[in-house]
Write a protein that binds this ligand. Structure first.
Ligand code: GLN
Length: 275
């Protein structure tokens, strides 16, 4: 079996759990695997330790990181993502937490988990009232039996971040540079086992973009950077991030796609351990 956790400190964790159940049923019905899935809410290091994979939901990244720090979960989360290199997916606030660097929108900043060599801009599209939904074809999903390939996915953006840039080197931005640019960075961690080291070699893949809505505000110096497209989905080895919230839709396609990836990772780890 495989245990998938959803970080349940704040935000849309319940919605993720529902779609995970739907996705697992779809995989079983389709005969993709007879894996026994267990889905759990994660609030403690003990619960995290049971997981083969993890979702960080949308919500408020500052609140999530604050509660995670208080619950003694921040270091275990970094260990899970960056040392064990287990499959982890962050949506919206979750994407922010998985970035190696993010702009500060408040003086005190926040703690990041890291894992994705990217820098994100928080609240890129503006305020809550500027939330929107846009149907986008997500080619990385390929074709699924339920819906033909290319059927647009209803992407929901709520005070969403975008990936501003892909970081050139593995360890994230240097601290000095970070303080100059008023950013927060995640502390670096080195993977221990050979399998995890393999994951670390993976480059950032850009999986989806959206036509820029012309509000690309650079929070570092408050200038508007003209850009044609904004990056809204990335994957780097075991870490996957989306700016939008698939958990706020009724479309399980991304959950199905991700669970298929989780299965492969779980099987790789099983083979690795048995030899
Ligand atoms: N703007 C939020 C943050 O900075 C993210 C919003 C969301 O997850 N819907 O954490």
């Amino acid at each position: 079996g495989a245990t998938v956790g959803v970080l349940a400190l704040q935000g849309a964790f319940d919605e993720h759990l529902q779609l995970l159940h739907q996705a697992a049923t779809a995989l079983t019905e389709r005969g993709v695997s007879n894996t026994k899935w267990i889905f759990i809410e994660v609030r403690t290091p003990e619960e995290l330790a049971k997981c083969d994979a993890l979702i960080l939901p949308g919500g408020e990244s500052t609140a999530i990181s604050l509660v995670a720090a208080r619950s003694g979960l921040l270091e275990p989360l970094r260990h899970f993502v960056k040392v064990l290199r287990k499959p982890t997916w962050g949506t919206c606030a979750g994407l922010i937490l998985l970035a190696e660097a993010a702009n500060r929108t408040k003086k005190d900043g926040q703690d990041l988990i890291g894992g994705l060599d990217v820098r994100v801009i928080r609240n890129h599209f503006g305020r809550q009232t500027e939330s929107f939904q846009q149907s986008l074809p997500l080619s990385f999903l390929g074709s699924t039996p339920e819906k033909a390939s290319g059927t647009p996915f209803p992407c929901v953006f709520i005070r969403a971040p975008v990936v501003e840039s892909i970081l050139p080197h593995k360890k994230g931005i240097q601290t000095e540079e970070a303080s100059k640019e008023d950013m927060v960075v995640a502390p670096s961690k080195a993977p221990v086992d050979e399998l995890a080291k393999e994951e670390l070699k993976a480059q950032v893949e850009v999986l989806a973009k959206i036509a820029s809505r012309g509000r690309g505000r650079d929070n570092f110096n408050n200038t508007v950077i003209p850009r044609e497209e904004d990056i809204i989905a990335v994957k780097q080895g075991n870490v996957f991030g989306t700016s939008f919230h698939p958990e706020l839709t009724e479309d399980p396609r991304i959950h199905v796609w991700w669970l298929t990836d989780v299965l492969k990772a779980v099987e790789r780890r099983k083979r690795y351990k048995s030899c």
